[in-house]
Design a protein around this ligand. Structure first.
Ligand code: AMP
Ligand code: GLY
Length: 421
């Protein structure tokens, strides 16, 4: 039995806690800070998760064996490194390896070195603006500009106008996204359909988890502003055996080779944001964690004990492990506060229906008030309703039926998750 601390407070972390708590090997389970849903799976604890020494105090007191990190920020800030000589094991990459997500320039250089298919790119700093203009002029029509560092999902611009692209390049370099855009990566535009592949690695071997597709735009038909994710489905119909075999040989295996040749310490999840361009997979981005809301469709399909997989990562036994997924499709529909991804009110009371077979309500931005009522809080995404069914259409239908029974003021959700598959 292992005592486990999950770091994070969104739908992904509720789902991780839900899956971990199903294992016979899960001892005491804590979530920092968690939400009203995760408190049904384990004990929420309130600590500032950016303060690693406070986490260490708790880990020592509670006898934690594993820390499972949901979001990228603690990983990029070095939570793995903080606990390197401690007995607790942190599932995640070292800060150096987390640069695969934390720096787009680092990730593109890594992919170039190990021949991993991605967009043509140029890294631009204040001293190389002229080369940046030349790169922009050389593109067909559409140009992608990316802030090098973490910019809360807002640091990517896709523009069809070269003059505008040059202006934006200047603004980004002058601090439009703060320090994150002091360096900018220009990329050629890849035209295709995106999907996400997830692996769990010990830095040497890996196991594959179910793949997923998420829907980032606020509006139906993939319109409007970008969000953290409004829904997801798994499996993805075009990620068939032929495509996945290309993903393994062209992307995952060279990525593992790169991690090992560079001596990067990586014991955790890798989230490969991919795009299918005419039947060939290219990398759009690396993330060093699971996705939200992708987790809420991949873990319900994962038919393997997650604690045993984590155990294998740290015992060096991952090569002997295989993962299985249930054949049913999963879909999740995210219910958000009206106004998101702009500003929105918090503290609205949520009325929740009783759970039904094959639908699970994962909480994201929720908490309990003094009287025990569940209210909206946090990041704008309030609930993620996941369902399993024979195909993703039926799964979405089940989630929508459940969503219709939920109520809070200003509630909004997309009804077309999976529309393009
Ligand atoms: P990223 O933060 O790198 O994942 O970029 C955010 C979104 O921008 C991605 O999910 C894609 O939809 C889009 N994107 C990023 N890079 C490219 C590219 N080179 N070509 C086409 N679309 C891209
Ligand atoms: N849903 C996208 C992400 O977690 O990055």
């Amino acid at each position: 039995m292992y005592n486990i601390l999950v770091i994070g407070s969104g739908g992904r972390e509720h789902c991780l806690a839900w899956k971990l708590s199903q294992s016979a090997k899960c001892g005491k389970l804590y979530i920092a800070a968690g939400n009203a849903g995760s408190s049904q799976e384990g004990e929420n604890i309130s600590i500032d998760t950016s303060d690693f020494s406070r986490i260490e105090d708790f880990v020592d007191k509670a006898g934690i064996d594993y820390i499972i990190v949901g979001p990228e920020a603690p990983l990029v800030a070095g939570i793995y490194d903080h606990f390197r000589s401690h007995s607790v094991k942190v599932l995640g990459p070292s800060a150096e390896a987390a640069k695969l997500e934390g720096s787009k320039a680092f990730a593109n250089d890594f992919m170039a070195e190990f021949n991993i298919p991605t967009a043509g790119y140029l890294t631009v700093g204040p001293d190389s603006i002229e080369q940046g203009y030349d790169f922009i002029d050389a593109q067909d029509e559409t140009i992608v500009l990316k802030a090098d560092g973490l910019a809360a999902g807002k640091g990517v611009l896709i523009l069809n106008d070269k003059e505008e692209a040059k202006r934006e390049l200047n603004e980004m370099l002058s601090g439009k996204f703060g320090d994150a855009s002091k360096t900018v990566v220009l990329e050629e535009f890849l035209d295709g359909i995106e999907f996400s592949v997830f692996v769990l690695t010990d830095g040497k071997d890996y196991v594959l988890l179910p793949e997923a597709k998420d829907y980032k735009r606020i509006g139906e038909g993939d319109t409007g502003l970008n969000t953290g994710g409004m829904g997801a489905v798994s499996p993805v119909n075009f990620a068939d055996e032929q495509m996945m075999s290309k993903v393994r040989s062209r992307i995952i295996e060279p990525t593992m080779k790169g991690i090992s040749e560079r001596g990067m310490e990586y014991k955790g999840f890798i989230f490969l944001g991919l795009i299918n361009v005419g039947g060939d997979p290219y990398v759009i981005e690396y993330n060093c964690r699971l996705g939200d809301p992708e987790t809420q469709v991949i873990l319900p399909r994962l038919d393997t004990d997650l604690v045993e997989l984590v155990e294998a990562v740290f015992s060096g036994d991952l090569a002997s492990k295989e993962t299985a997924s249930i054949p049913q499709s999963a879909a999740t529909v995210v219910l958000v506060s009206g106004g998101y991804p702009g500003s929105y009110p918090k503290g609205k009371e949520i009325s929740l229906p009783l759970a039904e077979a094959e639908s699970i309500i994962f909480h994201a931005g929720t908490q309990k008030d003094e009287s025990g009522k569940v209210i909206t809080s946090g990041g704008g995404r309030v609930l993620a309703i996941s369902s399993l069914a024979i195909d993703h259409h039926e799964a979405v239908k089940k989630s929508l039926n459940m969503a219709a029974k939920v109520h809070f003021d200003g509630m909004y959700y997309r009804k077309d998750i999976g529309f393009d598959l």
